[in-house]
Ligand binder design. Structure first.
Ligand code: NAP
Length: 488
């Protein structure tokens, strides 16, 4: 059961000087401090810092208007530490015992591994050997993505973690699960009979999930060239969006019930095989092109640190089927890519037409009803309906009804990391990925990787929405990608 507590807890921040910690974790912790969460933090990395220079580094990550910074920063301590050196963990234990008693933290501990994945296993073993995980309070491990790079490596990593932590103590982050509108998918579906009653194969023609980026590989070239769009985006974020959209209602709002329903979806996705994969997947790489704002972009092969013969995909589109009663025959199309025309994440539900609808015969420009869940950059919903215009000729055309987080309420929407850290402090694991979710998702991804070399790599111009073959994937079924829309 979820504990409704706000601490107290000692947070061990591994990778305390890294990009993620500076850009996301300290600003999120500041917001939680303002909301009266009780914690102290020990930051660790190899480079030298005093407590004071570490606090100054954190200070620079905070919003200039942060008015409680002095009280906040006093709770941060620094301990130089190399993950490979067990003696450093012994020093860490000494300082952590002192801080624990100074702040009355009751032995509660969160170990946040904001580190390169190759350190996850070693870090947990040294935590155990040093006695840091033997505590009178509760303990939790927060682990960043990627969780392995296939099912075998994910299993290996998981078995290392399980030597030290119980599954219920492991919080695997997928920061998409902290986003406002991703969390809203459940409320939208299960709190609104008007949607739930039509959320099935009888009323839905297809589902389209897009996660498009305008950026290229930037300084992640080495990582990205070995990973590609399928492993970087589909195995985790897109599968999370798909399972939330397709899951059955949980019997109650308990983390395990919800995650169980998501696992059932993953188990029902039809696996891909060499015989059918060419029909279901498009893999492509960007060539030089021009972004909508006129910026000229070099092709993937011209990026720094990318091998000129690399065949890594920077774009994937796929058609999945979920073989269960609710979704039989409904295609779920997904696409994600870099250097696309627009940065956007959204889910589009396209509803079926009414049979023999006279309006469709008379007014050719009306279209199907669409429910669009805008995840980023906008956060909101739009519902496209056909409505008769206020005129005598009965002209009927599509209009969009929008619900969006704008104005004042936009400022109070917490960042994904703030929500996830808050959930972890409260012991609510709903929005973290359970091991079997990770495993089924990897099994599906592995089945694609094992066969997709038989699908030739396609190319698209930077600044477009992907190759023509992505459009053909839907056209074969009589559908098309709906244009991505910004909310007004
Ligand atoms: P990063 O900027 O490279 O930072 C890595 C951190 O680890 C630094 O503090 C580094 O400090 C420390 N470190 C490196 N080697 C170490 C060692 N042997 N012992 C102890 N500390 C060591 O990486 P990041 O971007 O913050 O990413 C951290 C994790 O978050 C990764 O798993 C990444 O995949 C994940 N992630 C990051 C983002 C993001 O936006 N950055 C988004 C999603 C997931 P020293 O060099 O001083 O040791």
């Amino acid at each position: 059961m979820v504990e409704a507590t706000r601490g107290p807890v000692l947070i061990f921040m591994f990778g305390a000087t890294g990009d993620l910690a500076r850009r996301k974790l300290y600003p999120a912790l500041y917001e939680l401090f303002r909301k009266d969460y009780k914690f102290a933090v020990i930051g660790m990395a190899r480079r030298q810092h005093t407590h004071e220079s570490y606090r100054s580094m954190i200070d620079r990550t905070l919003n200039p208007s942060a008015d409680q910074r002095r009280r906040f920063l006093k709770r941060f301590y620094y301990q130089p530490l190399d993950i490979g050196n067990p003696n450093h963990f012994v020093l860490l234990k000494n300082i952590s015992d002192q801080i624990d008693s100074q702040y009355h933290l009751k032995g509660n501990r969160i170990f946040y591994l904001s580190l390169a994945p190759r350190f996850f296993g070693t870090a947990t073993i040294h935590l155990k050997k040093s006695g840091l995980t033997e505590t009178d309070g509760w303990k939790r491990l927060v682990i960043e993505k990627p969780f392995g790079n296939n099912l075998a490596s994910a299993r290996q990593l998981n078995s290392e973690l399980l030597k030290v932590f119980d599954e219920s103590e492991i919080y695997r982050i997928d920061h998409y699960l902290g986003k406002e509108m991703v969390q809203n998918i459940e409320a939208l579906r299960f709190a609104n009979p008007v949607f739930e009653s039509v959320w099935n194969h009888r009323s839905i023609a297809n589902v389209q999930i897009t996660l498009s980026e305008t950026l290229g590989v930037g300084d992640r070239a080495n990582y990205y060239d070995q990973t590609g769009a399928l492993l970087d985006m589909v195995q985790n974020h897109i599968m999370q969006l798909l399972t939330l959209t397709a899951m059955e209602p949980p019997s109650q709002f308990d983390p395990e019930d919800i995650r169980q329903e998501k696992v059932k979806v993953l188990k029902s996705i039809r696996p891909m095989s060499r015989d059918n994969i060419a029909d279901k997947i498009v893999r492509a790489q960007y060539k030089a092109g021009v972004m909508p704002d006129g910026t000229r972009i070099s092709g993937y092969h011209e990026e720094n640190n990318i091998n000129e013969t690399s065949d890594t995909e920077t774009f994937v589109a796929a058609r999945f089927f979920i073989d269960n009663y609710r979704w039989t025959g409904v295609p779920f199309y997904i696409r994600t890519g870099k250097r696309m025309a627009t940065k956007c994440t959204e889910v589009v539900i396209e509803f079926k037409d009414i049979p023999n609808n006279p309006y469709f015969h008379k007014f050719t420009h009306i279209g199907p009803n669409l429910l669009v869940i805008h995840i980023q950059p906008d956060a909101g919903l739009s519902l496209k309906l056909n409505v008769k215009q206020f005129s005598d000729d009965g002209e009927t055309s599509p209009v969009s009804m929008n619900f969006s987080r704008t104005g004042k309420s936009k400022n109070v929407v917490p960042d994904a990391y703030e929500r996830l850290l808050s959930d972890c402090l409260k012991g609510d694991s709903t929005n973290f990925t359970r091991w079997d979710e990770v495993a089924y998702s990897w099994a599906l991804t592995d089945s694609i990787v094992a066969t997709w070399n038989s699908v030739p790599l396609d190319y698209y111009e930077a600044g477009t929405m992907g190759p023509k073959s992505s459009d053909k994937l839907l056209a074969k079924d009589g559908f098309r990608w709906w244009p991505l829309t910004r909310m007004e």
